[in-house]
Design a protein around this ligand. Structure first.
Ligand code: KG4
Ligand code: ZN
Length: 350
């Protein structure tokens, strides 16, 4: 346990993330992760997607033990904390409210700053968590944020100056994975399962047409419908079709989705002249997109940034790094509570 002297020059940020179905808490010492605890909610599996009311109730059950565990793993007590950071959005309202009210009360009780964090900004700034041997991106860089709720190409000019260059017009890429998996009878979240089965399949076994969308925007709802029609047609001819061809179907779906993402990112590089590309969000855990990006380094001479696995799907360490960056930005600091929201919003071109 650190004593008063050893904590003098430390900045300990407790971060809380509760925007969707993961209850997460982390402690950072400056830009280093000391603990990163995530309680996943299995309750949604049988429903084939996140049920908002069940998510908020599970957050309420999880939040105290998760925070307790994060502090314990970090080897500090709540009195050592310098600030509390929390996800203010985007996300499910009931879920966000649990993390927000917990963070506000704790910061108020400890009389330390409260820092609000945008979840999508955090998926990008997770690349600035200090990790041994990890090279951080330099500004400006392009970020492809791919999750269950978002699909965006973002130009990152500095920590808090980000511009969305393109985004999905309908479903997010994570939804495309999850909904395709549901059609195939796989449980929620199906993305990781498609990834797993794809590894033993032939990506060119079945062909799905890619959507034609202008500029740097995306569309995934047409692909989902194409997969549904494909499934209905094949299963009508052979009821065991999915069992017989599961790995090939998954590999072909994944191949199509990765091609859609890579096409847009290549276009963004061409349009901006920026050759540093980072990925973030739950889908950045996908082995196919991770490989495609690394291949692009060799093929096109880009520098690419793939997050450590634990920082891909929702986690609180990514909220903590944004909290830390805001905390140490002297313009954002005042005495007592740091009211960062209005300022951060005005600086973000989100
Ligand atoms: O960032 P995240 O944890 O939550 C949101 O902010 O939405 O992303 C969750 C999404 C889900 O759609 C999940 O299926 C997808 O990330 N995902 C994956 C993989 N791991 C998680 N999709 C494809 N391959 C994976 N390995
Ligand atoms: Zn996320």
């Amino acid at each position: 346990m650190p004593n008063a002297d050893s904590t003098k020059n430390k900045t300990y940020i407790l971060a809380i993330e509760s925007s969707c179905d993961d209850t997460a808490a982390a402690v950072l010492d400056n830009d280093k992760t000391l603990s990163n605890v995530v309680a996943r909610q299995a309750v949604h599996e049988e429903y084939g997607g996140v049920v908002p009311e069940l998510a908020s109730r599970a957050h309420q059950q999880n939040i105290v033990p998760v925070v307790h565990q994060a502090l314990k793993k970090a080897g500090i007590t709540k009195e050592d904390l310098s600030a509390v950071a929390f996800t203010s959005g985007p996300g499910l309202m009931g879920s966000l409210l649990v993390g927000t009210s917990f963070a506000k009360s704790l910061a108020m009780g400890l009389d330390i700053p409260l820092i609000d964090v945008n979840h999508m900004q955090a998926h990008i700034l997770a690349h600035f968590i200090d990790e041994e041997g990890y090279d951080k991106p330099k500004f400006p860089f392009l970020a492809l944020t791919i999750s269950g709720g978002h699909t965006q190409v973002v130009q990152v000019d500095s920590y808090f100056d980000m511009t969305i260059l393109g985004q999905t017009l309908d479903d997010a890429v994570g939804e495309a994975f999850d909904k395709s998996a549901k059609i195939l009878g796989l449980p929620y979240p199906g993305g990781p399962l498609i990834d797993k089965y794809a590894q033993s399949g032939n990506p060119k076994a079945f062909k799905f047409t890619k959507p034609k969308v202008d500029g740097l925007d995306f569309s995934f709802s047409g692909l989902k419908t194409a997969i549904l029609y494909f499934y209905q047609k094949e299963v009508a001819a052979d009821p065991d079709f999915v069992e017989k061809h599961r790995d090939d179907i998954c590999a072909s779906i994944q191949y199509t989705i990765i091609n859609i993402l890579m096409d847009k990112i290549k276009k963004a590089v061409k349009q901006t002249g920026i050759r540093q590309v980072a990925i973030g969000g739950g889908v950045s855990a996908n082995s196919g997109i991770r490989k495609a990006l690394k291949d692009a380094e060799a093929k096109y001479g880009w520098k690419t940034f793939v997050p450590k696995f634990e920082y891909t799907t929702d986690n609180a360490a990514m909220i903590g790094i944004v909290g830390y960056l805001k905390y140490k930005d002297e313009n954002l600091q005042g005495s007592g509570y740091v009211e960062t929201h209005a300022r951060a919003q005005s600086r973000l071109k989100f």
